[in-house]
Design a protein around this ligand. Structure first.
Ligand code: PMP
Length: 343
C-alpha cells in the first residue's frame, strides 16, 4: 500500500496512508541467546493489525462494485477488524454494522460506538457459526438489510493477500531477509497465511510456527488429532472453528500456551521492554519462549513475530487486578527477567 514514509513525504495526505509500515523492534532484554524481533502493529491508525485487512477488503469490494457509497457493510468481528472497518467505512462513505459478542473487552465496544458503528452484541456462549452466534447473526442480518454487503474476513482472500503483499514484504525488508523463524497467532489465519506464504516464497527454509491458547483446536487439527474446543481469555484468536483463511500448508508446527503464561508475558514485556501489548501478543511471545525451551534450535537464531494490538485495549481485563483474580490469573510481578538470561 502507498505509504508516505517510503516516499519521503513530509506529511501524510490522509489517514489511510498511516496503515502499515509499522516499526520492527528488537527485544533486547528478554531473550539472550536468540535475537527476537516484534512488529508493532498497534502503530496502525485504530491500533491493530486489522486495519490492513479491513481497509483492503472494503477497497476491493468497492472496486468490484459489490458495495457503494451509502450502502451498509456488515461484519462479524471480535473488535479489531470492526475498528478497521469503521475507518474504512468513514473513508468511503459507508454505514457500518458490527456484529460482536459479550466477552469482547468493553474498551473495544466503546471505541466502536464512538466511531459511529451500529453494534450488535451476541451471546459468547453460542457457537460462533451456529444459531445466535456472532458469525451466524451477521449472515442473517445481511439477508435482511437492503443494500448491505457482508465482509467475511474468514473467507475473503483479500485478508491473507494484503499480509502477503504488505506485512510479509515489510518484514522481509526490515529483517534484511535474515530470518530463521516466524511465529504467529491464528485468528482468521490471514496473517499467518499471508506472511508465511511470502516469507517461504523468499526463503523456503524459514520455519512458520503458529501459537494458540491451550483451549484452541488448530494444533490438533494440524496433527489430525481429536479435539475439543475450550474457552480461553486471549481475545481475537483461536475461535471454536477452523477459519478457511488458514492455510496449513505454510505452517511447520503449532503450539499451545496457557492463559496464565500469556498474561504473565504481557507484564514481563511491560517491565522488561516497556511495551504495553495486548493478550494475543503475550500469547505469541510466550509461545516463542516455550518453543525455545522445548526444542534445541541452536543459538543466535533470528526470530520474528507480530504484536497485533496494544494493552490499552485491555485496561479493564489484562491490566485489572479484580479481573485477574476472578479468572484465576496469577501475575508474578516480583522481579525483572534476569533469570531469562539463559535463553
Ligand atoms: N491478535 C489480535 C488482537 C487480533 O485482533 C487478531 C485478528 N483476529 C489476531 C491476533 C489474529 O490475526 P488473524 O485474524 O490475521 O489471524
Amino acid at each position: 500500500m502507498e505509504n508516505a514514509i517510503l516516499s519521503n513525504q513530509t506529511y501524510f495526505d490522509d489517514v489511510t496512508q498511516l496503515i502499515g509500515n509499522t516499526p520492527l523492534l528488537k527485544l533486547n532484554n528478554m531473550f539472550k541467546e536468540q535475537e527476537v524481533f516484534a512488529k508493532l502493529e498497534y502503530y496502525n491508525p485504530t491500533f491493530s493489525i486489522k486495519d490492513r485487512a479491513a481497509f483492503y477488503m472494503v477497497k476491493k469490494a468497492i472496486e468490484k462494485k459489490q458495495v457503494q457509497k451509502g450502502h451498509t457493510i456488515i461484519a462479524a468481528t471480535s473488535g479489531n477488524t470492526g475498528l478497521g472497518l469503521c475507518l474504512a467505512s468513514n473513508y468511503f462513505g459507508l454505514n457500518y454494522l458490527c456484529v460482536t459478542f459479550d466477552s469482547v473487552p468493553n474498551e473495544k465496544i466503546s471505541l466502536l460506538k464512538a466511531f459511529g458503528a451500529t453494534v450488535v452484541i451476541c451471546d459468547s456462549e453460542a457457537e460462533s457459526d451456529e444459531e445466535g452466534g456472532y458469525v451466524w447473526v451477521a449472515e442473517k442480518l445481511n439477508e435482511k438489510i437492503e443494500n448491505s454487503y457482508l465482509i467475511d474476513q474468514f473467507t475473503d482472500i483479500n485478508n491473507p493477500l494484503v499480509h502477503y503483499m504488505d506485512t510479509g514484504h515489510e518484514i522481509w525488508r526490515q529483517m534484511n531477509g535474515e530470518i530463521d523463524y516466524y511465529f504467529s497467532t491464528i485468528g482468521t489465519g490471514g496473517t499467518i497465511t499471508g506472511v508465511g506464504r511470502y516469507l517461504k516464497k523468499m526463503n523456503p527454509n524459514i520455519k512458520v510456527i503458529g501459537v494458540e491458547p491451550e483451549g484452541g483446536i488448530y494444533r490438533k487439527v494440524f496433527k489430525n488429532q481429536k479435539y475439543n474446543f475450550d474457552t480461553h481469555l486471549i481475545n481475537s484468536i483461536s475461535d471454536c472453528f477452523i477459519s478457511p483463511n488458514t492455510d496449513f500448508e505454510v505452517i511447520d508446527d503449532i503450539i499451545g500456551v496457557s492463559d496464565n503464561a500469556s498474561f504473565n508475558m504481557c507484564y514481563r514485556a511491560l517491565q522488561n521492554e516497556s511495551l504495553c501489548i495486548g493478550t494475543s501478543s503475550g500469547c505469541v511471545l510466550r509461545g516463542i519462549e516455550e518453543y525455545i525451551n522445548k526444542y534445541d534450535i541452536g543459538k543466535n537464531k533470528r526470530i520474528v513475530t507480530i504484536f497485533p494490538d496494544m494493552g490499552l485495549k485491555y485496561i479493564n481485563t489484562l491490566y485489572d487486578l479484580d479481573f485477574l483474580e476472578s479468572n484465576n490469573i496469577n501475575i508474578d510481578k516480583s522481579k525483572k527477567d534476569d533469570n531469562l538470561k539463559k535463553y
